[in-house]
Ligand binder design. Structure first.
Ligand code: NAD
Length: 459
């Protein structure tokens, strides 16, 4: 790919956008329905690509990458007409005579969508739903790491969507640097906080608005009164789904001392129940995306005390589901986002201590709390800030099409899914329409005497 190609793609997309055809309801619904057909007809293509790139189990692919896109698509197709309707706004009495005010959701133009590698279908096609619903054209840049998925996205977009409105461009860092040098009307980036900074800098040059979907250390907090049996299952799933390579995955666990040993035993049991005594042979355990991440993760296990797992094989980029216990607070595994199948469990004296730990760090993308006590649940929600949260569950908040998904602070800015995705990719334009039949002199100078007094009182 060369700069000329991206520039040419962009010019083609801009020309299409200027014709105005992407703004019509018919075009948008047609593209959303085509995307929906693609998700059904190419299910095997996507699932095979995910299996090839990451050893992702078929069911896991369908219930994560594909299910989230499908859920969002269904919601967008159902509500598009309503979302596109201008919203009537009540006017203040003094301004309202012979006038009406509407908020129109205006498309932005040509958007750039950059995806991360861990859910390569969901993180490219998911934001695309909002872009299409909003009436935009889009350049899509999938992550270069899951190669088969990047190709599957490119082929599918070419086969199903309007070729003059969408372009998939491939490449790693040098190519993305070139892509970012161009001007877009919106940038939607999913990836790590350090690269988010690079993308934001590039956006600054053209004052391009953007969404940053980033990561962070998402904790699971387990109170002494929690249903430990269910908590253990949901934490193990929240950690080891996609071999821990999930932006909202459980990064580490904080458990009240009184039930720590009990929880650790249950977590061990669930790991064995989910992945067997030899997880290497499990159909449901993905592999690490590349050697660099494999080496980084093995380094994070380091000298910490391993309660279960710790086994690894570089050739296969396999790391067994690993639980670390009694990890010192200054260990590397407790400072950087793990993004792999390693779960440190930290004992805390009380829930306020766990809250304090969260508050002192960067705001996470997700936070999970397990407790039956409603007051404590509310206390954790009120005192901590995170992109999203679950009480007595992990991960599932991402799968609600009508709820916003996004980070806060270091874990990102902006949201998408459902109407939030539509809003992200449109501009809320206030339009006032006034009759010329009524034209009270009160608003115009010169302001003198009674007219001045009245104008000051009423305006
Ligand atoms: P990454 O930041 O390394 O890469 C993301 C994208 O940026 C890729 O398309 C890549 O090609 C590009 N890129 C990488 N380095 C670049 C550079 N120097 N200049 C320009 N472009 C560059 O992230 P990743 O490794 O693909 O994904 C893992 C990270 O993404 C984790 O931090 C994870 O938490 C986060 N993530 C967040 C979400 C979310 O929805 N918030 C979802 C998935 C992953």
């Amino acid at each position: 790919m060369s700069l000329t190609t991206v520039a040419e793609d962009l010019e083609r997309l801009r020309t299409t956008y200027r014709t105005g055809r992407t703004k019509t309801y018919e075009w948008r619904i047609g593209q959303l329905e085509a995307l929906s057909r693609m998700m059904d007809e190419q299910e095997t293509r996507f699932a095979d690509a995910l299996a090839g790139d990451m050893h992702r189990g078929h069911t896991e692919s369908i219930t994560t990458d594909l299910a989230v896109v499908r859920g969002d698509l269904k919601d967008a197709i159902k509500h598009l007409k309503k979302w596109m309707k201008p919203e009537n706004v009540k006017m203040p009495l003094v301004l309202g005579t012979g006038a009406k005010c509407e908020v129109i959701r205006e498309p932005l133009g040509v958007a750039l969508i950059i995806g991360a590698w861990n859910y390569p279908i969901m993180l490219t096609l998911g934001p695309l739903i909002g872009a299409i619903a909003g009436g935009n054209c889009a350049v899509i840049k999938p992550s270069e790491l899951p190669k088969a998925c990047a190709v599957a996205v490119e082929r599918s977009v070419k086969e199903y969507l309007d070729p003059d409105a969408f372009a998939v461009v491939q490449g790693g860092i040098p190519e993305t640097t070139e892509i970012l040098a161009q001007r877009y009307d919106y940038i939607f980036f999913t990836g790590s906080p350090p690269v988010g900074r690079i993308v934001m800098e590039a956006a600054t040059k053209h004052l391009t608005p953007l969404t940053l979907e980033l990561g962070g250390k998402s904790p699971a907090i387990v109170a002494a009164d929690a249903d430990l049996e269910v908590a253990a299952k949901r934490i193990v799933q929240g950690k080891f789904l996609n071999a821990g390579q999930t932006c909202i995955g459980v990064d580490y666990v904080m458990v009240e001392e009184a039930v720590a040993d009990d929880l650790i035993d249950r977590l061990k049991n669930e790991i064995v129940a989910f992945y067997g005594t030899n997880p290497k042979t499990s159909q449901d355990l993905a592999r690490i995306i590349n050697d660099a991440n494999f080496d980084r993760l093995v380094g994070l296990i380091g000298d910490n005390e391993v309660a279960i797992g710790g086994d690894h094989d570089r050739e296969e980029r396999y790391i067994g589901p690993t639980m670390l216990v009694d990890v010192p607070p200054d260990a590397e595994v407790m400072s950087e986002e793990i993004f792999g199948p390693i779960m440190p469990v930290v004992r805390v004296g009380s829930i306020p201590e766990a809250i304090e730990h969260v508050v002192e760090g960067e705001k996470p993308l997700a936070l999970y709390v397990f407790s039956k006590d409603k007051k404590l649940q509310r206390q954790v929600m009120a005192r901590t800030s995170s992109g999203g949260a679950c009480i007595n569950d992990t991960l599932t908040h991402i799968a609600i099409p009508e709820a916003p998904f996004g980070g806060v602070g270091y874990s990102g800015m902006g949201q998408y899914h459902g109407k939030y995705g539509f809003d992200t990719f449109t501009h809320a334009k206030t339009v006032l329409t006034r009759t010329t039949k009524l034209d009270p002199d009160l608003r115009y100078p010169p302001y003198e005497g009674m007219k001045a007094t009245l104008a000051e009182k009423m305006m």
